[in-house]
Design a protein around this ligand. Structure first.
Ligand code: ZN
Length: 625
């Protein structure tokens, strides 16, 4: 708790408007990107970089905003060559940092031409923006992947004049202002490096633009690209719900920090699935049937809400330690419980306020989140703060040993914690105030073009106190440093609900389980399995772990019958109230063994149950404004 405070009190609050290129103090780099070979998964780029004789140090963007980690895909930077006045130049990589390139510039030269290629993953690779991004029909272009920038300047101070050639017949969408476009040749207005990297381009054969606002700026639109035309035709009411999302976010925050917002939504089974926030757009990617299939839609309903909230919480208001001057300086992730945790909570409630989820679906989602966190014995050694502090590594942790290692829990656990904050504000103010008031104060007026206002732990506590006086420092210190044993369920309980279990899975639970290709018995015997029986995780202290089963093993048979999800579920049901153990035949590193599970409590699936002793604040929280 002292380290948390000592780390933040010295930081300054900085407010400035980003990227007015006319005022930029640094060099102007021109960048011509040729994406016509995107279906072959190779992107070509040429740069013209001002230089002086001697060593020119160039950086390939390493720490990417929103990814909170050194994920710049330098291994996919290929075809790198430099020239001046038609002669090839010598270059060598820095021995201590693979993202730094030193080029020898001869006397008399004032400009270096760089040629480079970015090679896309050739098979489906998950991950963030460096995961799969190109198919036969579409491409998400992240500018940071196709550029180098000179050392010695902030990204705000370097101007880039970019152009992009896209495959014939493809359309494009981006928040980057266009100066002129001629067919598949697009030229963009000069922008700071900051705003260029913050403005990816979605280009595709099948791309649909849906306006989400009417009337004056700031406006918003949904740009959806897919591998097929059919995937772009959900029922009309789906578009209406995304219109609601813009209205509801406007009502929540009271002001916008963008000129025009583009939801860039990619529907493909051949790209990485994730969402990445920007000031004036988001790069969100789900499966091809993500809009037209009802189940897929339900499971991914909160993605665009989450990324949209980031325009306020994460881009405009950003922890001081994440607001680095360029992509080379490491980021400090200790306040991700605000950056990501509050975004996850607000994204979820806006999903319900926009009717993208029904209140029932919201509660089914929340029950899953709470039950999952209530079965994380890793909190015994790692507190919530450490999940944020170690985020740059934890994002890339395998699923094996998930519950003992802990994951990036500052998303889900802080959903519960910010709900708790919402409940406390409502109680302390006798119903006059809510977390919405915090959002207006912290993220709202005056609004305008993209800006950045940094904050510290103190600023969060002070603004909460402005909304409703309370021991917020004590609240957050406890939430961030305690070791459980269980999940923080106070928010659910104070909003009038309880986490309970019965023998019937919710729709959301079963859909989510199938979508993961897994079999979930976490809350009964403590097993999370692949569909074919491979053990992904065993929860320390629960029946399967105590019997001797561990991640990496494979369940071959249940009570003598070949393993399947149904066979396991049936065996757990049948053992209820008996004294006969469930027998699992398990393969481990070529050896077979039988393990006996003495578990007799039957199936357990999480639900939220109404607590009539308390007012139903949750239903108020979820109501459209
Ligand atoms: Zn996020």
């Amino acid at each position: 708790m002292t380290s948390l405070r000592s780390r933040v009190v010295s930081a300054l609050t900085l407010i400035f408007v980003l990227g007015a290129s006319a005022l930029a103090a640094g060099p102007t780099v021109s960048l011509a990107v040729d994406a016509t070979e995107a279906p072959r998964k190779i992107i070509h780029a040429k740069l013209r970089i001002p230089a002086t004789p001697g060593t020119l140090t160039l950086y390939y963007p390493k720490w990417l905003p929103g990814e909170h980690a050194p994920t710049g895909p330098v291994i996919d930077l290929t075809g790198l060559k430099f020239a001046a006045s038609g002669k090839a130049l010598k270059w060598r990589r820095d021995l201590l940092d693979g993202w730094t390139i030193n080029v020898e510039v001869p006397a008399g030269e004032n400009e270096v031409l760089a040629d480079l290629d970015y090679v896309e993953p050739a098979t489906l690779e998950q991950g963030f923006s460096s995961g799969s991004s190109a198919t036969d029909k579409l491409l998400v272009l992240s500018w940071n992947q196709v550029l180098l920038y000179p050392k010695g300047w902030k990204s705000d101070d370097i101007t880039f004049t970019a152009s992009l050639k896209i495959p014939d017949g493809w359309k494009y969408a981006t928040s980057l202002p266009v100066s002129n476009a001629n067919g598949s040749d697009v030229h963009f207005s000069p922008e700071s490096l900051t705003m260029l990297v913050d403005s990816p381009v979605l280009t595709a054969q099948y791309l649909k633009v849906v306006p989400l606002t009417v009337g004056p700026e700031p406006s918003a639109e949904l740009d959806v690209a897919s591998d097929s035309a059919a995937a772009l035709e959900p029922p009309q009411e789906i578009w209406d719900r995304y219109k609601n999302l813009v209205t509801q976010a406007g009502a929540l925050f009271g002001a916008q920090h963008y000129r025009h917002y583009h939801f860039l939504y990619t529907l493909s089974d051949h790209v990485a699935h994730f969402g990445l926030e920007h000031h004036e757009s988001d790069d969100s990617r789900v499966s091809e049937r993500g809009l037209v299939d009802e189940t897929e839609r339900k499971l991914t309903a909160s993605l665009l809400s989450h990324e949209y909230v980031h325009s306020w919480n994460g881009k405009y208001r950003r922890p001081a330690g994440l607001a680095t001057p360029d992509y080379q300086q490491p980021m400090q992730s200790d306040l991700l419980w605000v950056y990501e945790g509050l975004t996850e909570y607000l994204g979820a409630i806006l999903t319900a306020r926009s009717s993208l989820w029904t209140p029932d679906q919201f509660r089914e989602y929340l029950a899953d989140v709470a039950a999952d966190l209530d079965h994380v014995p890793g909190r015994n050694w790692r507190n919530l703060q450490d999940t944020a502090d170690t985020a740059p590594q934890l994002y890339f942790a395998p699923h094996y040993w998930y519950s003992w290692r802990r994951s990036t829990d500052f998303y889900d656990e802080d959903t519960l914690n910010w709900m708790w904050v919402d409940a406390i504000i409502r109680q302390q103010s006798k119903g006059k105030k809510s977390l919405d008031d915090f959002c207006k104060l912290f993220h709202g007026a005056p609004g305008g073009p993209p800006g950045l206002k940094t904050y510290t732990f103190e600023d969060v506590v002070n603004t909460l106190n402005q909304v409703a006086p309370y021991d917020w420092r004590g609240f957050w210190t406890e939430r961030l440093t305690n070791h459980g044993p269980g999940a923080p369920l106070g928010g659910i309980e104070e909003t009038g609900w309880k986490l309970g279990y019965d023998d019937t899975p919710t729709d959301y639970f079963r859909s989510d389980e199938r979508d993961h290709g897994e079999v979930w018995e976490m809350y009964t015997v403590g097993l999370r399995l692949r569909e074919e029986g491979g053990v992904v995780d065993t929860i320390e202290g629960m029946t399967a772990a105590k019997a001797g089963i561990g991640p990496g093993m494979r369940i071959v048979a249940v009570n003598g019958r070949h393993f399947s999800a149904e066979v396991l579920h049936d065996a757990i049901k049948a053992a209820k109230g008996t004294t006969e153990p469930i027998e699992l035949l398990v393969e481990n590193t070529d050896y077979y063994k039988t393990f006996k599970l003495n578990y007799h409590e039957g199936e357990k699936y999480p639900h939220l149950v109404r607590d009539e002793a308390k007012p139903d604040l949750l239903s108020d929280i979820l109501k459209a404004r």
